[in-house]
Design a protein around this ligand. Structure first.
Ligand SMILES: Nc1ncnc2c1ncn2[C@@H]1O[C@H](COP(=O)(O)OP(=O)(O)OP(=O)(O)O)[C@@H](O)[C@H]1O
Ligand SMILES: CC(=O)N[C@H]1[C@@H]2OC[C@@H](O2)[C@@H](O)[C@@H]1O[C@H](C)C(=O)O
Length: 366
């Protein structure tokens, strides 16, 4: 049974919510529609950032007013996107929620947001809490996009790499046998964003221009890469704040040299990721594909074709949101969301919870 699923992703960059619509049976993707991004207002971004830091220091989050504002922005995203496709009947929403904390070694992962409020306000069933079961079963709980990448790449000869340059960076390798391997690689844009905000007041390094004007401090890159995380083989995953201290390492540098050094850190972390096969090409999604310094650095370092995912007809801004629509349908069907090769879970793990404020759509019953 094919369902129309609306996926929502608010990533670690804290820049806004991406929404996308796909039609899928949870295995094949029959249609994809143009998605949208609703940026967070600066106050919401700041409130979420403060909350994230409080939670990382052991604070609670349940009653924080930022979470209602976050959910209401997701409601707006659903309503705006549905308004663009009045002919579509949406069967289910896949709501990732805002990751506030990710510590799989302590069996904790927190994706915050009020799924019942979202369901009530939109009149749609909502699948959420995608990572918890994997983490409870001993997996990393991330990345979850690999099964979506694999579904999109079915029939495409491997080995192929998909790299997401979001706040944190993660890779999917589809091997020559079709086996799927994945992990977070290190920072994506989050450190660079924080640095650029601190030193220039701008939210990110537009097209990587600031980094391009700087000189990389290789000694600092090596020091940053000496963190034991980088010597670990996959699967492995990260919290947005895992490498926040890297900002102290570059604190004495000019704005441009700091940006160049942090960009090189992102690139080198990808290049040193231990994968069972070397991809013959890479497709890049996430906002970092618009950063020419990162893309040129990856091309130079990986030595094979590195293209934005648009080269194969995907939408690099909507891919993760599409993924959570896909996973919502897989969750309804009881199909796995993760595999030993993607999160390290001991056997394929199902996941996701359903919040439904109204009647179950009749199409689910067919
Ligand atoms: N034109 C641009 N030039 C350079 N960088 C850009 C540009 N546009 C977006 N970015 C970067 O992309 C980031 C947003 O990326 P994206 O939306 O993929 O992140 P996310 O979904 O929050 O992350 P994650 O995948 O970690 O959950 C911005 O914070 C910025 O650093
Ligand atoms: C815990 C969490 O939210 N992780 C995110 C984050 O953002 C990028 C990277 O770290 C990835 O592991 C994951 O998101 C994508 C969508 C994933 O699960 O594939």
């Amino acid at each position: 049974m094919r369902l129309v699923a609306l996926g929502l992703m608010s990533g670690t960059s804290l820049d806004g919510v991406d929404a996308a619509l796909i039609e899928t049976d949870g295995e094949e993707i029959s249609r994809r529609f143009e998605g949208l991004t609703l940026p967070y207002a600066p106050e919401l971004r700041a409130a979420l950032r403060a909350l994230l830091e409080r939670v990382s220091m052991g604070g609670g989050w349940a009653d924080d007013p930022a979470l209602e504002a976050l959910t209401l922005r997701h409601v707006e995203a659903v309503q705006t996107l549905c308004g663009r496709y009045p002919e579509l009947v949406v069967d289910v929403v896949g709501f990732h929620g805002q990751t506030l904390l990710h510590a799989p070694d302590r069996r904790i992962t927190v994706q915050a947001g009020d799924a019942l409020l979202l369901s009530r306000a939109t009149g749609l069933p909502v699948v959420h809490d995608f990572r918890a079961d994997d983490v409870a079963a001993g997996g990393q709980g991330a990345p979850l996009a690999p099964l979506y990448h694999a579904a999109l790449l079915r029939g495409h000869p491997g080995p192929v790499g998909v790299l997401n340059l979001g706040g944190v960076a993660n890779v999917t390798l589809i091997g020559s046998s079709g086996a799927v391997h994945a992990c977070d690689t290190g920072p994506g844009n989050a450190l660079l964003d924080d640095w650029v905000m601190r030193r220039t007041g701008r939210p990110y390094d537009e097209n990587g221009a600031l980094a391009a004007a700087g000189i990389v401090r290789d000694d600092l890159v090596e020091r940053l890469l000496s963190d034991p995380f980088f010597a670990l083989p996959p699967p492995k995953s990260l919290d947005r704040l895992t490498f926040a201290r890297a900002l102290d390492a570059v604190a004495g540098l000019s704005a441009a040299d700091g940006a160049a050094t942090l960009a090189a850190f992102t690139v080198e972390a990808v290049a040193r990721t231990i994968l069972p096969e070397r991809p013959r090409c890479w497709f890049v999604c996430g906002g970092g594909r618009r950063n020419a310094t990162l893309m040129d650095g990856l091309r130079a370092r990986l030595g094979v074709a590195v293209e934005p995912v648009e080269a194969i007809g995907w939408d690099g801004d909507s891919l993760e949101a599409e993924c959570f629509g896909f996973l919502a349908v897989r969750s309804l069907r009881g199909l796995p969301l993760s595999l030993p090769g993607t999160t390290g879970v001991s056997s394929p793990s199902t996941g996701g919870r359903l919040s439904c404020a109204g009647p179950v759509p009749p199409r689910w019953m067919q």
